[in-house]
Design a protein around this ligand. Sequence first.
Ligand code: FES
Length: 577
Amino acid sequence: MSTPEKPKLRSQAWFGRQDKMGFYYRSFLKNSGTPQDQFDGRPVIGICNTWSELTPCNGHFRDLAQHVRTGVIEAGGYPLEFPVSSLGEVTMRPTAMLFRNLAAMDVEEGIRAHPLDGVVLLMGCDKTTPALLMGAASADLPTIGVSGGPQLRGMYRGQIIGSGTNIISMSEQLRAGEITLDAFHEAEAGMNRSSGHCMTMGTASTMASMVEALGIGLPENAAIPATDARRNQLARMAGRRIVEMVGEDLTPSKILTRAAFENAIRTLAAIGGSTNAVVHLLAIAGRIGVDLTLADFDRLGREVHCLVDLMPAGRFLMEDFYYAGGLPVVLRTLGERGLLHKDAATVNGKSIWDNVRDADCFNRSVITPFEAPFKSDAGMAILRGNICPDGAVIKPSAASPDLLVHTGRAVVFESVEEMHAGVDDDSLDIDASCIMVLKNCGPKGYPGMAEVGNMPIPAKLLRQGVRDMIRISDARMSGTAYGTVVLHVAPEATAGGPLAFVKNGDTITLDVPARSLHLHIDDAEMEARRVAWTPPPPHAVRGYAKLYIDHVLQADRGADFDFLVGRTGSPVPRDNH
Ligand code: FES
């Protein structure tokens, strides 16, 4: 009786050849001590690593990669680790977001060009997650995402402090003269006291949760702390599982379906996640051929409550979330409420519902029941109006309830430099009822759509005790930030969007329940201002920044490059001889 023929692996187009090129491909890899049997048709697994000392949140990834490697070998695969561009949120200028698409191209082409059958993605700091998912989605080889995990709770003088969130509050206390510079420095050391990414429900934790909710990561991926041994176990299990996935040909396009994205959007609301996830999910969906729109976020998020009492909106941190049961509890709750596509596939071969149906909650202060949620109706609100014809985003759960319907006088800054120069000037004509407007910080304008949308409250108003105001811009906001902040205005000012035509003294009405953002001028006046408008000069005339400015799509399209949208898959490239 003949045994069934094993499916021919992609990597065998390199390693399975008994000719001159086969000699090349195998021989050079043998310089690391690789024996001949590694080329015998076993799955070759790429470990795509974003380790960098310039990305401190991913600083433990060389260790994490070793656990993936062990799992791959245990399952009979051949692991090959490779570096890709890393994106350190706190170190890169002008903004790590400028380079998300560049890193995604690096990942896609790195996967496609090499003799790989499957990939494990190691990702943590904010933009590393969407960049790797976007690239892997375009390559469409079997893929598992492994997040690096959040840091331990920040501790400062007996208090728990959260990354980002307390930086913002403490820097405002410093500006208001409420704490000393020594105390400020002491808090820096206490905040980042372990490996891992930001431990609030900021962008990194949100995206790690999206990895789990999309089904492209293993259960528990979102919240296990970076320093908890169970994070290493998860990495090892991912190494084992990816070898099986190659045999099953379980590719991202079979997992990242519309149902998976709808699950992710509802999860985003249920965790009170970062507004940045809106842009990133749109971009990932664009890569895999799912027609996701801003309207999906508003529609799907409307029925969902925020179930987790985590900073920036709440009290606890990711470590607490994990001990309370983590994301599986949230997903189970959504499933019990009919808010989860239960049959969505996941990388472990089970449906998402099979993964979470028995998840228990161990702390109802951290993960609240649906009937008594931390915050009601927590989905992203998508605003429309004559300032933002293609949409704008606000996170009502992070906003002040008394500002959700408000009319005020516009105080306009043409650039972030103008804003920084003027915001603390006591002669600035502004009061707490005003609406701060910031222009030219969108994808093309900054460039890279920086996280400057949560403009600082003017110093003179801080001294009066004002802690929140309506702020509107075409920028993004850090996921660790909070406030009544309207973001991602599209089209952006630099691209000639109506935001460019707002003037000091104009009247603006924000009405979140009506999903409206309106500038009180008539169409004729808007058109007159459009005709009189001159676009600002581009920030770059060469290199990658010029490519970015020329090809980046607007925020409502995920700020991906126009030439990267659409499903392409990963053929074996042409031979090089
Ligand atoms: Fe890296 Fe926050 S700075 S996750």
